[in-house]
Design a binder for this molecule. Sequence first.
Ligand code: PBG
Length: 335
Amino acid sequence: MPSMNSSDPTNVLRYRPRRLRRTETLRKMVRETTLSVNDLIYPMFVTEGEGQKVEIASMPDCYRYSLDLLLKEIQEVYNLGINAIALFPVVPEELKDETATESYNPDGLVQRTVKAIRQAVPEIIVMTDVALDPFTNHGHDGLIDDQGNILNDPTVEVLVKMSVSQAAAGANFVAPSDMMDGRVGAIRQALDAAGYIDVGILAYSAKYASAYYGPFRDALDSAPKFGDKKTYQMDPANAKEALKEVELDIAEGADMVMVKPALAYLDIIHQVRNATQLPVAAYNVSGEYAMIKAAARMGWIDEKKIILETLTSMKRAGADLILTYFAKEVALMLA
Ligand code: PBG
């Protein structure tokens, strides 16, 4: 019988991975992934009025701000080191119509807000959402025909007008989240023709038809009034199709590409990472946020640790940037 004594040199454990986990200093030294405030993009909701700060029921600690209070909040998050915000408008019902005309109103809520941010916090990067759903009375991201089909090319024409008006207001990036075919190329061409060559495009390239958007639709009152978004947003079962969408958006001129949602799609983030040299963004969406907040409020999980672990998993999967409603909380934690 050979001896099982570990002092026997013929029976020594050559590899002991735990050796590198012994102390925090060692662990820091061999850490492969780090989450930084520089990775974060903060989605924020703007609403009409003054002095408004209204919590979103299904998104605790997340608010709809009127412009005056939004500017204060943006100054604060910029001071915390957050480089960029993604702006979403809460559009009054009476301004919604079938064709989203309010989306390209030069004096619309988004356009006024972007101008004001540019004045108040000139260094922060402002990304504007390009999609019709906050502006349509039916809640879809596109124009519809009599049968309720979502029309692609006529929608792209509106998205183009919307993008140019956001660029005119001072947006640094436009972020088409609508999933119409060909919109990135059409937007790029129109921005260039209007002289906005430095305005970038963050393309929601692989955006899935996901139940994780529920709380966001509460925040904007933008849930579709009929049907669902499955004829334009992607089937959650598909991965190869995500790579095709990314390839098309890059060919059309996207500066950065996005995978959305993030947590149930880490494999997609990873594959997109390997398919492009462009920055890859992941959207830690409203439903992912709500699940963590809810469990934390029940006392079932450690909120801060879960947030950091979750966002780190997105970086580890290959995301360079993360859109997250936790951005301010994380900036405070990392400070
Ligand atoms: C709309 C849009 C949605 C989100 C961002 N832009 C919802 C949707 O497509 O229905 C979701 C964001 C989130 O859930 O956090 N084009």
